[in-house]
Design a protein around this ligand. Structure first.
Ligand SMILES: *Cc1c(COP(=O)(O)O)cnc(C)c1O
Length: 434
């Protein structure tokens, strides 16, 4: 966490600067780095102590042997525990979500798995929305099981009253330890009501055990959705996506209260799942343009979605800007989302063959998984990102063979549309037109 002195840079005469105004400077003191305007890459494994007494004091804090004294700062020890590039980055990430503390990781999966291991115990039940990211799905169902933790899923578009019925029917209320949700869900863009989940968690919390709500906020955050404000306890990110934003690094982050993050950071120290100084530095560079990138990508996506929705070869849209026919989802959108974002899924007329023809015909838009980078990407969830889900479950989740997922980038929207238009023209919908 940041020293008090540095915190003042967030304010001017009591007025608080917005996060985008602070991404270039917050938490960094040029006078400690020869006046360099940018934080150097502290590409070092270890740090020299001023004296043996300092080294002892730092370790006492690192291992929690005593409480921090007033104004005492945790010194730098070793880059698995702390590093300036990671600390400055974490301070900056806190600003967007108004979190007390943050930790950055070597990947989104490292963030999620470390947080789960830190906060769950044998015998616990984790209730999670479905679909969630494939790696998270595997982790909660197969890895946590080895530690005696049970995963119970619920369909992301179920109203929360129905979710509570699952708790009662399966009689898991007593062991419920966490509700883990991904909203919007990938690739269907189904929304889960964060506030309603927080209320449900509260209802099943006991004096000695708080049921935690953790939100994978990769798709809209940290600019367009702030789960902590709606009662969530923790946020996880794949920073590989929008935060990194240029499809050139793998990283993750977890944010929450100082108390919970102490446990998460402790687990990070012992699992060694932190990000490297270089990736930390790269993410700081990316954060400077985070808002402007996400806004432009969302603007582009709105134009592209309009075009797709009117196209005769497009059967159905799954886009947050088009929820008029789904009032329940629209109400959740209005409560917790600040933008429809830049992820569009759509069902093309036909099946896998038509979807593949479309994907193979794209020129400007690249055929690749991942999302949230500056370039537009397209993929086929049923055979790629979500291929390990059994087909019957995929159908229940609404992921058809004819679904295509687009991540819209910062290119000129007319160029993106021109590419989509010619790729759709290449798709022959043979016998349909009788
Ligand atoms: C990509 C992704 C992850 C996993 O992140 P990695 O950085 O690839 O480990 C988790 N959740 C969501 C929603 C994702 O899109």
């Amino acid at each position: 966490m940041i020293s008090e002195d540095n915190k003042y840079t967030q304010y001017l005469n009591g007025r608080k600067f917005r996060p985008e105004s602070l991404m270039m400077s917050y938490g960094y003191r040029p006078e400690l780095s020869q006046g360099a305007i940018k934080s150097p890459i502290f590409q070092t494994s270890t740090f020299v102590f001023d004296s043996a007494e300092h080294g002892k004091a730092f370790f006492e804090l690192a291992y929690g042997l005593r409480e921090k004294e007033e104004k005492e700062e945790m010194g730098l020890i070793y880059s698995r525990l702390n590093n300036p590039d990671l600390e400055i980055l974490e301070n900056r990430l806190c600003l967007w979500d108004e979190a007390e503390d943050a930790a950055v990781f070597a990947s989104g999966m490292a963030a999620t798995s470390t947080a789960l291991l830190a906060l769950l115990n044998p015998g616990d039940v984790i209730l999670h929305s479905e679909p969630i990211y494939g790696g998270s799905d595997y982790y909660v169902k197969n890895i946590l099981k080895k530690f005696g933790i049970t995963a119970v899923g619920f369909n992301a578009n179920l109203p929360v009253e129905e979710v509570e019925k699952i708790i009662q029917e399966k009689n898991i209320g007593g062991n419920l330890a966490m509700i883990f949700i991904e909203t919007p869900a990938n690739p269907t863009n189904h929304l889960v009501d964060i506030q309603a989940c927080a209320e449900l968690a509260k209802k099943y919390s006991r004096a000695d055990k708080k049921v935690l709500v953790m939100v994978d906020n990769t798709f809209l955050g940290p600019v367009f959705q702030h789960p902590l404000k709606h009662g969530a306890d923790l946020i996880v990110y794949s920073a590989t996506k929008f935060i990194g934003g240029h499809s050139d690094l793998i990283a993750g982050a977890c944010l929450g209260s100082a108390e919970l993050m102490k446990q998460v950071k402790g687990m990070r120290t012992f699992s060694g799942s932190m990000a490297s100084p270089w990736d930390g530095w790269m993410m700081m560079r990316s954060l400077e343009t985070l808002k402007i990138r996400m806004e432009r990508m969302a603007q582009n996506a709105a134009v592209v979605a309009d075009f797709l929705a009117k196209h005769p070869k497009v059967e159905r849209m799954h886009y947050l800007g088009m929820l008029d026919d789904k009032p329940q989802q629209k109400a959740i959108f209005e409560k917790q989302c600040l933008s429809a974002g830049s992820m569009i899924s759509f069902d093309i007329q036909g099946g896998e063959a038509e979807a593949f023809k479309f994907l193979n015909s794209l020129k400007l838009i690249k055929l690749a998984v991942s999302l949230g980078g500056t370039e537009s990407l397209a993929e086929h969830p049923a055979s790629m990102t979500h291929s390990d889900i059994i087909p019957a479950d995929r159908t229940v989740m609404g992921i058809g063979e004819n679904m295509v997922r687009l991540s819209i980038g910062v290119e000129h929207p007319e160029d993106i549309i021109a590419d989509i238009e010619q790729a759709l023209a290449a798709v022959e919908i043979g016998v349909m037109a009788v």
